[in-house]
Design a protein around this ligand. Structure first.
Ligand code: MN
Length: 231
């Protein structure tokens, strides 16, 4: 087959324990999925789950032990960090029941749902789509994926983010409003999940701004740490 232009490269994430990589298909994100974060954003914390997407080429891959980097994005004066547990989908499907979700999970990683908060806020106010605030270039840093069998109890793991060595976010994945099984159930009712999909499961409270020169270190117990510098 020939193409009239050069096809885009497949985005892929390293996997702990193998040189083979995880190819990225879609990137789904869950909105307001920790109660204390929903409250800090001005909501009650009780609402049906909702989702948005980022393009696969917004993913910024950071290798184990390395410091990745993202440019400070255009148009914003309020770039926020959101540390999140990311689920890597190994087997697709639609109408997956919560109790069966574990059969579809390849592994877990630490991710950042970087957000141009001022632009997102303006879109919310106008009832317009969030893409300009959420789905911009370099908006989805991710560390290596750990296969489920080596990942420990991700559903109950501590999750944290530090900026320049100081705690900004610290919670536990067990505080997810919609847990991983329920996320699969709701997502796969709306879209057919595919192998290679990533699901950013939501962020706990403590989201705040970063500026050029800041270094973010984020983790979920049992997974590779994610370190990203803002250029
Ligand atoms: Mn988020």
């Amino acid at each position: 087959m020939s193409f009239v232009i050069t096809p885009p490269a497949v985005v892929s994430v390293p996997v702990v324990g193998t040189t083979a990589r995880f190819p990225v298909n879609r990137v789904y994100c869950v909105g307001r999925n920790y109660e204390e974060h929903a409250k800090e954003m001005g909501f009650t914390g009780r609402e049906p789950p909702f989702f948005f997407l980022k393009p696969a080429d917004a993913v910024v891959v950071v290798n184990a032990g390395e410091t990745g980097s993202i440019p400070y994005p255009s148009l914003t004066k309020n770039l926020h960090h959101e540390i999140e547990l990311v689920v890597a989908v190994g087997t697709g499907g639609k109408n997956i029941r919560a109790a069966d979700a574990h059969k579809h999970i390849y592994g877990y990683a630490v991710g950042l749902d970087m957000t141009r908060r001022d632009l997102q806020g303006e879109m919310k106010k106008q009832g317009r789509p969030w893409e300009i605030g959420k789905a911009y270039d370099h908006s989805a840093p991710i560390g290596p994926i750990t296969p489920v069998a080596q990942a420990g109890d991700a559903a109950n793991a501590e999750i944290y983010l530090q900026v320049d060595g100081k705690d900004r976010q610290r919670s536990t994945v067990s505080k997810l409003i919609w847990n991983i099984g329920e996320i699969f159930e709701h997502l796969s009712a709306a879209w057919e999940l595919q192998p290679g999909d990533l699901i950013y499961t939501g962020t706990p409270e403590g989201v705040a701004a970063v500026v050029s020169g800041n270094t973010m270190v984020g983790g979920v117990a049992g997974l590779e740490t994610l370190t990203v510098k803002v250029l």
